[in-house]
Design a binder for this molecule. Structure first.
Ligand SMILES: [Ca+2]
Ligand SMILES: [Ca+2]
Length: 182
């Protein structure tokens, strides 16, 4: 276990001990200042085992088993309308496109990264993938969610992070997929 207190002990050596509680409070204040409040966290959630995601991706994309990588053993799941609340709130889509320096990979990283950054929201299976429409590689966002609170069937959704629009399943199935992490 590596924590701030342990690190400080390692590097500070002798002399007066720093006020760790003050350091932690200062760090927490910096994190809070850099992290504006996110939308209310959905209260209708369940735990989702990683095997469900793997099975879903393998059955949706047969032939791409070697492109699939699942990071965690378990995730949270809620309905897509709740995932959309966060996507609508997040401002990734309003930034200006610039070839290479602020293009598809950067937008996809930013939106998936926003989920990863916010406490609670980081537990949902949302990340970015690479595919090729035939006109070159394209990065976009993938999520697993329920169609609704009453229809709790884990389902794949695809989001274009430059517009927040949904990408159709058929469009993704028509791609050559290059990388499928979750
Ligand atoms: Ca948005
Ligand atoms: Ca780029």
């Amino acid at each position: 276990m590596c924590n701030i207190q342990g690190l400080a002990r390692m590097f500070c050596g002798h002399g007066s001990m720093p006020d760790y509680d003050a350091l932690v409070a200062e760090r927490d204040a910096l994190v809070a200042a850099a992290t504006p409040p996110s939308p209310p966290f959905p209260d209708q959630i369940e735990v989702l085992d990683a095997s469900v995601i793997r099975d879903l991706m393998e059955s949706t994309f047969p032939g791409y088993r070697d492109k699939i990588f699942i990071s965690d053993r378990q995730y949270l799941i809620t309905s897509i309308d709740q995932i959309r609340v966060f996507i609508d709130w997040d401002n990734t889509n309003i930034f200006k496109y610039q070839a290479e320096y602020s293009d598809c990979d950067d937008f996809a990283l930013a939106l998936a990264g926003a989920f990863a950054k916010y406490p609670g929201w980081s537990g949902f299976p949302v990340t970015y993938v690479w595919g090729n429409y035939g006109i070159g590689p394209h990065a976009f966002v993938i999520a697993v969610a329920w169609p609704s609170q009453s229809e709790r069937v884990p389902t794949l959704y695809y989001i274009e992070p430059q517009t927040d629009h949904e990408i159709a399943q058929e469009t993704v199935e028509g791609m050559e997929l290059m990388l499928l992490p979750m």
